[in-house]
Ligand binder design. Sequence first.
Ligand code: FMN
Length: 211
Amino acid sequence: VRRHRLAHVPVSAKMRLGFHDDDLAEDCARAVEAGGADELVVHARTKAHGYKPPAYWERIADIKAAVRLPVVANGEIWNVDDARRCVAVSGCTDIMLGRGIVADPGLALAILFDQGLPTGGSAEPDWSSLQPLLGYFWQLILANVEPRARTGRMKQWLNYMRRRHPEAQEAYMQIRTLTDSRLVDPIVKSWCEGAPPCATQTQSASTISED
Ligand SMILES: Cc1cc2nc3c(=O)[nH]c(=O)nc-3n(C[C@H](O)[C@H](O)[C@H](O)COP(=O)(O)O)c2cc1C
């Protein structure tokens, strides 16, 4: 990738700590550096750990000490407090959010605000400003996801968001038992009533094909 990249296009790489164990983590990071990457993101778990907490942010500090390229910390950052602790333990000033920002789309802004960094004047989104995004997400699902997987995708996002937004729990319960996207469609529309981007972007139920 490094040899064939366009000029001035940065190449970033991402790694876990290892597969079965983290013994080779530093060696892998050095290899990434020697391969010419400009930046390295470290998801602070092995493949064997899956997504099981905790994330081993202290191992990111070890990796950071072993290479010169910028290292970005990733794993198990769900809120402002996690971000603070991850920065402190890993020694990284840059972090990557995964499921945390799916659960709370305002998390990046909250972290910037907490760290006294510029937020571009944006406020953290409340539920009413997230509702149009649910409509837009549903539109993307209808266009791109096979019928039998559609309602599952919407449930998956709501399932994450209910960690942070109680309204997502209510929305989740409304569609929990439904598997037919034609039945879910009017419910999604009802969530974003009065929110123009959602109302205009959502297909009508009669045009949704289930096959
Ligand atoms: C919606 C979503 C999409 C992701 N896509 C990728 C991807 O394309 N490549 C990748 O290496 N990791 C991907 N990940 C994994 C994350 O980058 C991250 O390493 C992982 O979720 C651990 O961070 P977390 O504990 O904060 O979720 C994705 C995660 C989520 C939630």
